[in-house]
Design a protein around this ligand. Structure first.
Ligand code: PPS
Length: 286
């Protein structure tokens, strides 16, 4: 597995995704601007859903942009070399994405007023989603079994490192006015209210019918059908979509269909141990 990753400050990152000089963390020279909107998330937390929503909010619900420009060009990942170069040339307000843990972000983020949306998801669903993702994405190490993936995940030996550390790190921003913490679960449970919360955070006023359009075009089915979002336009060097679609199930609680009782219990113990000092209401799942 180790050949799939480079380790930066103890965090495993995909060698293939970063490529050449970015393996030393070149993106840390990036200059954030006041009107940037950064989505940060541990992989498989609903990042693409958030980007689709933000892309639609930026256009007051008009789907033209999401239907004509690939999602990775609309909100480039900071740590992906090709996308980083495109980012620097972009006019504001820029949408930017990152799966990096907080300590690997550029210093300029913390002195700017750029808005940060931190999206979290039940880590058991993240784990299961990541296991299936590793079968279709060449950037991620593919474990031989769910049990093997479970062990790697619990040890933080997966792309972007420990979910626990990643989540704690970004949550340390809580209370800052340019930081919004959201969960996949609340987005699922009450999508409209969560979209309204995002609009309020961004200072965007959308009419009810514009919100309806955001809802419609960011639905699971709409995103699955949108070739600018579902990765079907990329060549086979990145994904093997014969092993499954990029948008897999889009539900909360799928871990119940995959984790054994022993795995679920081991997970609960680890969660208690590592997150015990944080208020339970930050984690809105059962
Ligand atoms: S990535 O590749 O790490 O950036 O993945 P990420 O986008 O963070 O997360 C992928 C999971 O989000 C689900 N998804 C959605 N769920 C509900 N509604 C919408 N619109 C939606 N869009 C993406 C996607 O299906 C992945 O979850 P799983 O559980 O694998 O289905």
């Amino acid at each position: 597995m180790s050949e799939d990753y480079i380790w930066l400050e103890g965090v495993p990152l995909s060698r293939k995704y970063l490529t050449s000089k970015y393996q030393t963390g070149e993106w840390r020279n990036f200059m954030f601007k006041e009107d940037d909107i950064l989505t940060v998330s541990y992989p498989k937390s609903g990042t693409h859903w958030m980007i689709e929503i933000l892309s639609l909010i930026q256009n007051k619900g008009d789907p033209k942009w999401v239907q004509s420009v690939p999602i990775w060009d609309r909100s480039p990942w900071l740590e992906a070399r090709r996308l980083y170069e495109a980012l620097e040339a972009k006019e504001g307000p820029r949408l930017i994405t990152s799966h990096l843990p907080i300590q690997l972000l550029p210093k300029s983020l913390f002195t700017s007023k750029a808005k940060i949306i931190h999206l979290i998801r039940d880590p058991r669903d993240v784990l299961v989603s990541g296991y299936f993702f590793s079968k279709i994405c060449f950037y991620f190490h593919q474990s031989a079994s769910l049990q093997a993936h479970f062990e790697c995940f619990m040890q933080g030996n997966v792309c972007y490192g420990s979910w626990f550390e990643h989540t704690r790190g970004w949550m340390s921003m809580k209370g800052k006015e340019n930081y919004l913490l959201l969960s996949y679960e609340e987005l699922k449970r009450d999508t409209r209210s969560t979209i309204e919360k995002i609009c309020q955070f961004l200072g965007k006023n959308l009419e009810p019918e514009e919100i309806n359009s955001v809802l419609k075009h960011s639905s699971f089915q709409a995103m699955r059908d949108n070739k600018m979002t579902n990765y079907t336009i990329l060549d086979d060097a990145y994904f093997n979509l014969n092993n499954g679609p990029f948008l897999r199930k889009g539900i909360s609680g799928d871990w119940r269909n995959h984790l054994t009782v022993a795995q679920a219990e081991a997970f609960d113990r680890a969660f208690q141990e590592k997150m015990v000092d944080l208020p339970p209401e930050l984690f809105p799942w059962e």
